[in-house]
Design a protein. Sequence first.
Length: 293
Amino acid sequence: MNQSKPDPVPAYLLWVKDAPLFIDELNLGRFYDAALRPAFDEKAPVKLKLTEAMKEDIKNKYGAKGSAGLANWLSFIASSSVEVAAEHEKAKSRSEGSETEIVLQPIGTPHRQLEQLTIFYLLERPSQLLVGGPDDVLMWHQHSLGLSVPRPLVFIDLPKRSKIIPMAAEFVNGKVVTLFDKLLAGNGERPPKYNRDHKDEYWKWFDRNFDPDTALTALEEAATENGRIEWVDFRVPIGEIPNTLHLHIEVAGKYSTGTFGYRLIRRGEGHGLRIVGSLRDGPDVNVLALYEK
């Protein structure tokens, strides 16, 4: 007897069911409000439709894996309830023949907001849900996708050996510290000064001389002097140098330096990194969540 197989789940969707290394509660909440909150009633639910044709489009566009099934995955997220401000708020799914209705109730926890935001972009703004690796990031930049409004939601898979270079950070004491100028080469050579007319050589120098231990030490020493991080910027060389991906992470003093030192710089180089964020021109990404591999 033949049994129909469940609609497969795109691999990147599974990221949001992992515990994040970092999640930006403040900016994620703002993004969530801008995208999902109805204009005249912020407590009203958002109702989405998932048709068979949409399932096929998702499968063809993103690729898929897993056995839980796309509809089941959406149902699993949507049916999870949490307590917020002493009120039980949840989202639910209801099958209607070949069409599934997804009802997203307003919710206040960042992990659930990211899950609902992913569902919303997947079903309502599929052209602005961008998934890929370093080469795809360059293509998005070449096509000026970061200039669109609302901002694209991006899932970026950085491979192992990625060079996550700390550039600058602000700390809880209000001091902004540059870090790139402390990343000496193995022979003691200092980084060159930035020159827009010679930026190829500038970024090639950092790519050629990157050492995760040196980068980790620069960030840790700055934090020892100034306290926890408020925000931190990184550059990641991608494609042919001088192409770099700029990562802006707003920490708000809520995470230890080790999160952005060893677990980001060191493990990112050794194992790779998964990034969820909003895309800007650059290519720049405002990081909403980070996941380890």
